[in-house]
Design a protein around this ligand. Structure first.
Ligand code: FAD
Length: 430
């Protein structure tokens, strides 16, 4: 009899979860686990909680939904808190397991967790599954990934690459192993924090419709395409307020409640049913950006986490007081302050304003891009290690921007994207 642990990471779903399906085939008893890692209790070097209230609240809903889904199939979910490399080997010993399966995450901390688990004697089996395209099917080796996004996209499109179809959930989950009391008392999980629900939000995750988990993710996908919003996506994607200006897939993609391949399959079905146009193409284009930052991690690994990034430039300057004003939305620049207030109040911000506020911090306030990236990590309900790191580096000119960094002029951005000042008025900065 083989008892195996399945460690859910950023893949909090049953459908199209190839890592889980593989674990189900390998085990006669399977123990699904979620670990609230060390990051949950951490204060960053910049002086704030590494995982903020919004992220904790949406994650709570996502885990509860996953847990109910597992229970409905005769399985269950054990939750632990603490560094996974400490608590998971202890859990494995308590239930008599030597094997652990999980998805692969190509980022330094996540890699280090696996190395430490292997050193602790666990046999760890990983499956890469978070991208749309399979890295092994790319027309170049991961080490040869073009460093410019357009070259990557052209190569993918020229090769006619099609993402694999999403897979159904496993028909059966292996039964749970016996769970001795010691296994369940290893590291209790703190309760979710209370928080405000701001009615101005563009992604009100506290409402059932936008809640974490697979059911809401798929209902949203259906709703989005049924309303044919993909056809107008390119024209509206630079919007600042409301639900419909962009797809809002990101919070579910980030937790893994929705797989990129499921989103893509729905997009293809939409194009088959209603025709492709520039709008629907642009959604594919943006999903390719998401893949690109993943593959960039496969190529460059830790180099993306140096202060100088790929440019190898030195440590950026930093002004702690200016950074604090930026975080609080008190810079005196109305568009920036409105964006920063929205982010702190709701955990979501449009792509346009993410670019504008990041550029302002780096290029106008001369602050360290890593502090900004850490603040986004703390706040965003769609925080994703690859996309966050990649975008911040790009804007700082320390990643793969062929122009060497982007500065957005806030006054010009306000004229173009908030001409009547409605957005600034909404957040009290007009
Ligand atoms: P849509 O515009 O509808 O796009 C559809 C999907 O395409 C998104 O869900 C996302 O998966 C992908 N996508 C779109 N733009 C990008 C992009 N620039 N980079 C990578 N993928 C993209 N996105 C995250 O998911 N998590 C992050 O932590 C994150 N941090 C960011 C930090 C900065 C400084 C910037 C400029 C962008 C960041 N983004 C991040 C990318 C982008 O802003 C969000 O993916 C997008 O705003 C999410 O809303 P949406 O799902 O409605 O996007």
């Amino acid at each position: 009899m083989t008892t195996r642990i399945y460690w859910f990471r950023n893949d909090l779903r049953l459908s199209d979860n190839r890592a889980l399906a593989r674990a189900c085939r390998q085990a006669t008893r399977l123990l699904p686990v979620y670990c609230h890692g060390a990051a949950f209790g951490e204060t960053t070097r910049w002086g704030f909680a590494r995982v903020g209230v919004h992220r904790r609240r949406i994650l709570r809903a996502t885990i509860d939904e996953l847990s109910a889904r597992l229970a409905a199939r005769g399985s269950g979910l054990v939750e632990l808190s603490g560094p996974p490399q400490d608590v998971l080997p202890r859990l494995a010993r308590a239930v008599g397991a030597r094997d652990l399966s999980c998805e692969a995450i190509a980022a330094p901390e996540e890699d280090a967790e696996l190395e430490a688990m292997r050193a602790a004697g666990l046999a760890v089996d990983t499956t890469w599954q978070s991208s749309l395209l399979d890295p092994s099917g790319l027309p170049f080796a991961a080490t040869e990934l073009p460093d410019v996004f357009s070259a990557f996209r052209r190569a993918v499109e020229h090769a006619g690459l099609v993402p694999p179809a999403p897979q159904p959930p496993p028909a059966d989950l292996p039964p749970l192993p016996d769970l001795p009391a010691e296994a369940l008392s290893i590291a209790p999980v703190p309760p979710p924090p209370a928080g405000e629900s701001d009615p101005r939000s563009s992604f009100p995750y506290w409402q059932r419709r936008f809640s974490g988990g697979e059911a809401a993710a798929h209902a949203h996908l259906e709703h989005y395409f049924a309303r044919r919003l993909a056809h107008t996506y390119k024209a509206t994607r630079n919007g600042l307020t409301g639900i419909d200006y962009s797809s809002k897939f990101s919070p579910w993609l980030a937790s893994g409640a929705l797989s990129a391949r499921a989103a893509h399959a729905a997009l293809k079905q939409f194009e088959d049913d209603h025709g492709a146009n520039e709008g629907s193409y642009w959604l594919w284009f943006e999903l390719l950006w998401r893949d690109y930052f993943r593959f960039l991690h496969l190529k460059h690994g830790r180099r993306l986490y140096r202060a100088g990034g790929l440019a190898g430039a030195g440590v950026p300057p930093h002004d702690a007081a200016a950074f604090a004003r930026w975080r609080r939305g008190e810079t005196g620049e109305p568009l920036i302050d409105a964006g920063m207030r929205e982010l702190a109040a709701t955990g979501y911000l449009s792509n346009r304003l993410r670019q504008v506020v990041a550029s302002y911090l780096i290029h106008d306030l001369a602050c360290d891009w890593r502090a900004g990236a850490a603040w986004f990590e703390s706040q965003l309900v769609d925080y994703d290690v690859y996309s966050n790191q990649g975008n911040w580096l790009y804007l700082a000119g320390r990643g793969t921007d062929p122009r060497g960094g982007r500065r957005f002029d806030p006054a010009r951005q306000a004229r173009a994207h908030d001409p009547d000042g409605r957005y600034r008025a909404l957040w009290g900065t007009a």
